[in-house]
Ligand binder design. Structure first.
Ligand code: ATP
Length: 358
């Protein structure tokens, strides 16, 4: 569908704004460098105010970076106005023309580009088919459901066959069920259209479901870029481990080391660990342990006391205390396991491959 899918490269990009209260300048985006390959679906993920939208708006040309260069398909684009860039944006608000029908909304950008009438008709029909709005050309956009409006917004961007499609939290105005349906649709359409996509969200499950790669940001700075498996199982730091899924942080010191393997001391207990080649004996370590990677058992690594035990239907939720450390454990197969009650003494069980060492 896309004329030519294009890669995006940000080379040491910074954006400085003035805080309206303190009147002080601050970095909304600080020294961000990243490469997005042609045809890739990349999500910018992070809490409110971390600079995701600012990055998207700089790629689109609605904002200019104070430092650095942006490349689209290998060409520098800092000096190009938005309409000269080979990008199209799908907005959170949809930004549809309310008194126009679907056809005219989708055809609008093509008319501005003086595309011949019969070609416009053909392109609009094809795109409406792709987004699942066949035969709805004459419906007025103010008579559509939220999900249908979102599809029109998507069609209107796609019909321009941009090198890169930009999404600014496009599903925020939809209810939870529709959001899940539409995100699957967006992924299908992006793959069928074979287009490069950059997608902004603060919803980690949306990012996991949609992306080839996720860029996690905090206060204008990229914390990690990686595929969903990598950012989940090998988070670069505690912020990423906490932002994507749930994590327990077991703090201690590295007591022994032999190559990549070693032993950490956590609350006075020896814990075998791997991937510690970069650390030295005596270093502080934090073990990232996902609640579902740990089990509660009669034997294990860390002795504990159960402080919360709750059956949730498809899983069992525990909180236990290991010394002063609170550990969350999720048992997704409770029917086949012993159930522990509050006050029981037990062990947190896990192997070296179940923890990620920071
Ligand atoms: P959200 O999820 O809430 O949209 P975001 O991660 O997209 O957040 P940005 O909109 O990129 O964040 O904003 C980054 C920072 O820059 C925030 O602190 C925001 O208040 C600030 N900011 C954004 N636009 C401007 C502006 N035009 N002038 C001054 N500050 C701005």
């Amino acid at each position: 569908m896309a004329k030519e899918k294009k890669g995006v490269r940000l080379d040491h990009i910074s954006k400085i704004y003035q805080d309206p209260k303190t009147k002080k300048d601050f970095y909304a985006v600080h020294d961000v460098s990243l490469d997005i390959a042609p045809g890739e679906f990349v999500t910018l993920l992070g809490p409110s105010g971390c600079g995701k939208t600012t990055i998207l708006r700089m790629i689109a040309g609605f904002e200019s970076p104070n430092e650095g260069e942006i490349y689209l398909g290998g060409e520098p684009i800092n000096e190009l106005t938005p309409n000269k860039r080979d990008t199209a944006m799908v907005f959170q608000s949809y930004a549809l023309l309310p008194h126009y029908n679907i056809f005219d909304n989708v055809a609008y950008g093509l008319k501005l580009r003086k595309v011949p009438k019969d070609e416009i008709a053909k392109k609009v029909t094809n795109i409406l088919h792709l987004v699942g709005l066949d035969g709805m050309e004459d419906r007025m956009t103010n008579q559509l459901s939220g999900g249908q409006q979102q599809r029109v917004a998507l069609a209107r961007a796609l019909v321009l066959e941009p090198g890169v499609l930009l999404f600014d939290e496009p599903l925020s105005n939809l209810d939870a069920k529709l959001r899940v349906d539409m995100r699957n649709e967006i992924r299908r359409i992006q793959q069928e259209a074979g287009i490069t996509a950059v997608y902004v969200t603060h919803d980690q499950s949306e990012a996991m479901a949609l992306s080839d790669n996720i860029i996690i940001m905090k206060k204008g700075v990229v914390q990690q870029m990686g595929d969903p498996l990598t950012v989940y199982y090998e988070p670069a730091n505690e912020f990423v481990a906490d932002f994507i899924g749930e994590s327990n942080f077991l703090r201690g010191t590295l007591a022994e080391k032999d190559g990549h393997h070693g032993q950490a001391t956590i609350e006075g207990n020896p814990v075998d660990v791997s991937n510690v080649g970069h650390l030295n004996v005596g270093d502080d370590v934090t073990l990232v342990l996902r609640p579902e990677a740990a089990a509660l058992a009669d034997e294990g690594v860390l002795p504990c006391t159960v402080t919360l035990s709750r059956f949730m239907g498809n899983y069992h939720n525990y909180q236990v205390k290991v010394g002063d450390t609170l550990v969350k454990i999720t048992d997704f197969n409770p029917k086949n396991h012993k159930i522990y009650d509050v006050g029981d003494e037990a062990f947190v069980a896990f192997g070296p491959e179940d923890v990620h060492v920071l």
